[in-house]
Design a protein around this ligand. Sequence first.
Ligand SMILES: CC(C)(COP(=O)(O)OP(=O)(O)OC[C@H]1O[C@@H](n2cnc3c(N)ncnc32)[C@H](O)[C@@H]1OP(=O)(O)O)[C@@H](O)C(=O)NCCC(=O)NCCS
Length: 185
Amino acid sequence: MFGPVQITSGGLEIREFQPQDADQVAAFVAADDRTALPPGSPPTVADVNGWLAGTVRRRLDGDGVLLAIADAASGEIVGSIGLRDIDWKAGRGEIGYGVLAGRRGQGHASTAARVVGRWALTDGGMRRIQLRARLANVASLRVAEKAGYQREGTLRMADWDGEKAHDMAVFSMVTTDVEPGDATR
Ligand SMILES: CC(C)(COP(=O)(O)OP(=O)(O)OC[C@H]1O[C@@H](n2cnc3c(N)ncnc32)[C@H](O)[C@@H]1OP(=O)(O)O)[C@@H](O)C(=O)NCCC(=O)NCCS
């Protein structure tokens, strides 16, 4: 299992989705704007409470973490970040993130990817956090670099959008990249 996550950095609070988020999450779902919600977000407003409860179960079961990226001052959710595809034996996990269209370009994804990667490799007990992004997703490639992930290469035709295959860049952050005390910086 993973312990609870609550990190404050760069004016953001990065923490688990919680029952008090029901109204904000329901508003995203009602508007069908899922850019601030992780993959597997609730299909309808009626599913929001069950989904929020499921995010806690997921963490306790060690299957991953689903975290809100919130403005620390206002509590407004501006994005999400999570870990999935956890392999406890190898100590591996995959990180993914998204930020609301109107809140991009302010360093939010880079801050979140950096601190969540460091948390995962310290308190989270992981050894390697992998980050994959389509080669065409220039913003995400830049986030990976700015957050301190090392580019390892290209996974050819690794992603399928239903019509076309896409090459993906693969990055990682590993335990030896993290200094003690780095966890929340
Ligand atoms: C990728 C994403 C999370 C970035 O969020 P963000 O909070 O805007 O990211 P940051 O502000 O930390 O950094 C973005 C960087 O990309 C750069 N960037 C953005 N669009 C760009 C473009 N078209 N070409 C080149 N650079 C670009 C920004 O200038 C910034 O770099 P800089 O600080 O050196 O100027 C956001 O665009 C998003 O949610 N996209 C849709 C979901 C997605 O693609 N998720 C990642 C899946 S792998």
